[in-house]
Design a protein around this ligand. Sequence first.
Ligand code: BES
Ligand code: MN
Ligand code: ZN
Length: 498
Amino acid sequence: MKIDLSLSKKSTKRAEILGIGCFEGPHHFPKGYVLENSLADILKKLSSEKKFSGKCGESYLVLSPKSKAADVVLFIGLGKKEKYRLSCVRNSTAKLLSQAKSFQHSFAALDLDSLAEAFSINEVAGAAVEGARLSDYRFDKHKSKPTPKKDISLTLVSQEESASSSIRAAASEAEILSEAVYFTRDLANEPANIMTPPALAKVVREMASKNNLDCTLLTVSQMKKLGMGGVLGVCQGSSYEPQFIILENRVKSKEAPIVLVGKGVTFDTGGISIKPSNNMDHMKFDMCGAAAVVGAMKAIANLKIQTRVVGITPIVENMPGSKAQRPGDIIKCMNGKTVEVLNTDAEGRLILADALCYAERYKPKVLIDIATLTGACPATFSDIATGLMSTDEDLVRRLKEIGERTGERMWELPLWDEYADLIKATYADIQNISKKMAGTITAGMFLKEFAEHTKVWAHLDVAGTAWIEGGPKLLTPIGATGVGVRVFVRLVQSYTKK
Ligand code: BES
Ligand code: MN
Ligand code: ZN
């Protein structure tokens, strides 16, 4: 399906289906919004007959609305005005398009003005584009007969003529973000026999050269020289060489950069501490952190953001085998700290340890890592929130705010000193698993040991949010979500002086 996004003061072409957002309660619309008379009568009747009240998730299809604008009107419930978030706009757009598709419509329109409560028309337009694009994603390249996509166009309608150039800018920004999310989802959905460490590195290198990013790959001998015992230990059992990629946007500024670090385990068998076979296929998604960093860098380059950003991804495959590391092995990471590998399945933190040490060479003003790190994280948050741990209150505040805005919520867990005892080792400095529960926090505490010279650091555990299983969601089919891409871009923008 192709979505053609155009903006106009009034929809020039009559739409087959028009989506109009409706809040819950007596005043369904933002202040000053005027609904066509014929539609206003219908809506009044619907609410008095209790057929539609505007609750979030509710929608009502009016088949012959006698409207000037469209053949069919879809009233989309937005919930209470006090609880309104941009996610409602994304979801409403997705709902409209899925309705249009089920009717085989090819011309849909969305009334932006009905959605502009509490947000500017630009923000609403951007969110609508994101909702349209993100919900339209498919990964069917490996099907010999992919279901054909029907052409559909979506017109965003607004009476706010004065804002039209800034609406356009917001919409094109959303296009760039969505394209980056698609790139990330594509990388992550690819199976591990195809997206091997060298294959992933190749795709990233090609992306970098097409998108005006500097790309450096460390050689294995450089990794050895740097003392990256974590990366080298985890990859031992694999027949593929480890990859270590550094991406950098091209800006004039020599300021301390924002550094993003993403876990790239192309497949996590658990190694010698092997995982049970149930759902082990999901471990092709264990490189979602790396994919998010790479996607964010692509968007940052295409948006021509002038803040200096560095993206770092250690990439390995975690396999058992005669050369694999064993439980009890002791390794030395890049900063000289020694680790007792009590469980070879807690591998993400080992490669991230070296990547964080490497990141610290840039003296980052902000350092963030993203990783499908612990099964304990979705045990707490399911796929509703990303686990957030940080050493800086201001960064937490920014991330939580951006989480609300992007719809990718993050929630903080503590990194109190008391938790450090749980990873003190008998034979080395620290061990890679906890002595006593707190799986997500102790993984965060472990990483903190390798970001110790950076004041402003955060760790995002996306084990629950990086992909969706079970059934599709409005904005994502089953598979990789691309979580983190939009968050990183918004975060970098929040540090960028306008
Ligand atoms: N990649 C996994 C974490 C994971 C598990 C993500 C399930 C998503 C779903 C990670 O490498 C891992 O295996 N973690 C272990 C750590 C444990 C051995 C301390 C876990 O969570 O079980
Ligand atoms: Mn593991
Ligand atoms: Zn893993």
